[in-house]
Design a protein around this ligand. Structure first.
Ligand code: PRP
Length: 211
């Protein structure tokens, strides 16, 4: 039997994904230890696991370096890789939104040209150009996106909102909803065919749990 390799987005999603996999008998005790190792193996199950930066997970899966990935829908939409999205895992729920000072609501509705700061330029372009047909200058940032309208870099932002605390603490509000987000399981297209039995079995087990 060949190894099935899992790429998990580092952080909260990985912890929840491992807890879910454990419930269907896919365990990796080695991963719980305090170590700088990058790859963990369960020899008995012939499974390997590694943690990667979220935005790299779709790349590992597209190229087949990982058979299976667990990553947020935001990253899947942004990275636009060629892979199967097989399951909504039901955790990591949040929303992709347009936010800014409340005065920007009218400007957005009138469809005037605006500047948008975001960590998600593809999602922002798709939303403003294809969905809204609105002129927008998209400015790519790598974090602390809420800063942009506060210091005059942009009028609005496209970002993730979970609890809403970051927006509230910075005097910003949700202006428009783009889409709901959550953690998803993705599978490499070739692996889906070559390892169909093992992968389908796993998806079935997880689907029962996440119903
Ligand atoms: C994310 C997101 C928001 C914040 C939303 O940032 O970009 O800033 O969390 O969460 P809340 O609605 O619960 O306040 P993250 O913490 O990932 O860091 P970043 O600013 O470096 O992107």
């Amino acid at each position: 039997m060949r190894y099935l390799t899992f790429a998990l987005a580092k952080g909260r999603l990985a912890k929840k994904a491992l807890a879910l996999l454990e419930q269907i008998g896919i365990t990796c005790d080695e991963m719980k230890s305090d170590t700088r190792k990058l790859i963990f193996t369960n020899e008995e199950l012939k499974c390997r696991f590694f943690l990667a930066k979220a935005s790299d997970v779709p790349t590992y899966v597209e190229y087949g370096a990982a058979d299976i990935g667990v990553v947020g829908k935001d990253t899947i939409l942004e990275e636009k890789k060629n892979l199967y999205e097989v399951l909504d895992l039901g955790f990591g729920k949040c929303r992709m939104i347009v936010a800014g000072p409340k005065e920007m609501k009218d400007v957005l509705e009138q469809g005037g040209a605006i500047r948008v700061a975001t960590k998600y330029p593809n999602i922002a372009k798709d939303y403003f150009y294809n969905h809204k047909s609105q002129k927008a200058e998209i400015i790519k940032l790598n974090g602390s996106i809420e800063l942009a309208p506060l210091v005059g870099l942009s009028e609005v932002i496209v970002d993730i909102v979970e609890t809403g605390t970051t927006l509230k603490d910075n005097g910003l509000v949700v202006l428009e909803e783009i889409c709901p987000l959550s953690a998803r399981m993705v599978v490499n297209r070739v692996s889906m065919k070559m390892e169909n039995e093992r992968i389908s079995q796993m998806i079935k087990g997880l689907r029962e749990l996440t119903k």
